[in-house]
Design a protein around this ligand. Structure first.
Ligand SMILES: C[S@@+](CC[C@H](N)C(=O)[O-])C[C@H]1O[C@@H](n2cnc3c(N)ncnc32)[C@H](O)[C@@H]1O
Length: 199
């Protein structure tokens, strides 16, 4: 039954047809088309990168002079592209920032994407706080590793806390926008925050 529902999803079908590793790639493509988020030569961190659709697409956007550091607790034990370095780690690991820093060419990133999501239970009172903890871990990493002038594209579940995180991003980034990519499933409470020009 679930298999049937999934195969009816147009983005899943399209991702398969285009040889993409996951439908999540379209959520990055959306912000890329509208805001030109990633630039050739950028170094980008992707948190919650498995199975790899976003990393695969980001590798194309940043090109051969750019770098993608793809982090997930699930092992990605195949090479996504020549300019992708995969790190298997938990974002709550105490040495996570240092591990990512070492993988970056200059020790800093131009952009950070967080597509982190816990295994969903379907109960908002469980899922929303768990996802918020991941958002907080992502923001800590962004605070330490994203360079001045850089940007963040961050998945968050709609909640009063999401609004306060959006407000707090405004103090550290010049521009902050709420984005609902077309590929976000209809009844999902997920949104993305796009924060540009880190102060
Ligand atoms: C929606 S999926 C990501 C899809 C991915 N962006 C893509 O392009 O294919 C969410 C990911 O978050 C990862 N994740 C959840 N908790 C994590 C944690 N504490 N540390 C690292 N990754 C985590 C999961 O393993 C899962 O792969």
């Amino acid at each position: 039954m679930l298999r049937k529902q999934l195969s009816r999803d147009p983005y899943t079908t399209l991702a398969k047809r285009l040889g993409m590793l996951s439908r999540a790639a379209f959520k990055l493509q959306y912000v890329q088309k509208r805001y030109g988020f990633l630039k050739p030569g950028d170094s980008v961190i992707i948190l919650g990168s498995a199975p790899g659709g976003m990393a695969q697409l980001a590798a194309r956007y940043v090109g051969p002079h750019g770098l993608v550091v793809a982090v997930d607790v699930k092992p990605q034990d195949f090479k996504i592209a020549d300019n992708v370095i995969s790190i298997t780690a938990d974002v709550f690991d105490p040495d996570i920032t240092e591990r990512i820093r070492k993988a970056l060419k200059s020790g800093q990133a131009d952009k950070l994407v967080s597509d982190l999501s816990p295994s969903l239970t379907g109960f908002r009172e469980v899922d929303v706080p768990r996802q918020l903890e991941l958002v907080e871990a992502a923001l800590k990493i962004a605070g330490e590793l994203v360079r001045k002038g850089g940007g963040v594209y961050l998945k968050i579940f709609e909640s009063p806390e999401a609004k306060s995180i959006e407000d707090s991003l405004r103090s550290s980034f010049q521009k902050v926008k709420r984005i609902v990519p077309m590929a976000t499933r209809k009844h999902s409470s997920e949104i993305f925050l796009l924060a540009l020009e880190k102060r």
